[in-house]
Design a protein. Sequence first.
Length: 217
Amino acid sequence: MKIEELLDLSHTIAADLFREKTYPWEVLGEISAFIEKLGETLPAEEFDHPQAGVWIAKDAKVFPSAYIGAPCIIDHGAEVRHCAFIRGSAIVGKNAVVGNSVELKNVVLFDNVQVPHYNYVGDSVLGYKAHMGAGSITSNVKSDKTLVVVKGDEQIETGRKKFGAILGDHVEVGCNSVLNPGTVIGRNSHIYPVSSVRGVIPADAIYKDAEHIVPQT
């Protein structure tokens, strides 16, 4: 569950956000302030600054119907497609894809992440080359509104009411899956389509359902 076990910080413009932290969800309360501070240092020859709190790499592609709310950084080569809704407090990594009708809020997408079709990603971190299939979402608030606890071999209280999911590098989430609050998925793991996932899923695993989590062969 620790940062170094899940995420390669060489694949994000937000590496400094994770420094001196143990667990990746510890960054969720600091994303907005980090964007504002980092954005002011980005070179004008590489990044447009179309409005207060928003920086977009000149070689990124943002479709006219997309909404970009502040604060937000969209890094080099990223693509934000038709009707994407970036509500703010979002970092979109290099060559990432934010697809049609996708909604982002308080997230870090590492480089080459793909959320290409009808995804909701809120209060979450998606590692390098993570991919969410069409219709898959992060659920970021418990139904009883209590604080989120990460449940693995040990239970860790996060102190957060809003916390969606952490996806390690190269995670694949199948279509129409729901990642329940506090889900943590280890590197290289695959989630079957139409899954309801909660707790900690180990690295290099295949999640078929809660009773059938098997190692990749």
